[in-house]
Design a protein around this ligand. Sequence first.
Ligand code: 8X3
Length: 252
Amino acid sequence: MSTPRTAVVTGASSGIGAATARALAADGFHVVCAARRRDRVEALAAEIGGEAVACDVTDRASVAGLAAAVGDRLHVLVNNAGGAFGSEPVESADPDDWRAMYEVNVLGLLNVTQALLPALRAGGDGLIVNMGSTAGRVAYEGGGGYTAAKHGTQVVTETLRLELCGEPIRISEIAPGMVRTEEFSVVRFGGDQAKADAVYAGVPEPLVAEDVAEAVRWIASLPSHYNVDELVIRPRAQAAQHKVHRVSDSDS
Ligand code: 8X3
């Protein structure tokens, strides 16, 4: 029996990360599930026959521990850890929120990529998938800190692809639009469930985590010469950031 290919998924404790870990495991990967919440990644790893590593991507010592657990060969890295904090306009935004968003969405990706590149290179056929966002393509009111950070994710992905051209490593970015997960909007609004629910109110079928995971699984299944530079995915009801079809109770 051949040794399974190995994948690392950061931010695997919930949402898109957990769904991606499941999808890659179902496709035969040995998946290293990394996130800060040890209990969650341990439960996920037990479910999918993978491995759990408690890791804070913003802490380089913690990321060094992830690299040590991965060892010297890696095939797929999904830099999924990220998030939005706050929705205030630029005029009144909290710089600590902006700093935290840059830390996790950009520097976290940098830390993990730097630590795992040697193993991806040694694996001989690597893939990095960075989880971007449509917030990395456009601006919207109240989104300044998050859109700045996700534009950073996009541009770092592009830079890395240029810098590694000629090496056996593919580099992709997935930029999802409206995805309803259990935590993204609740975290953004500081635990305010009503505000989080309002984001998706009346939207017939926002994307779910499994939809985005399917895109990662597909990219990882492609042959080595086939690089998906970037993939924007939205629910049918969202034609653009500000163009969202919503139905009221009386319409349904
Ligand atoms: C999430 C998409 O629309 O909340 O990355 O910025 S959005």
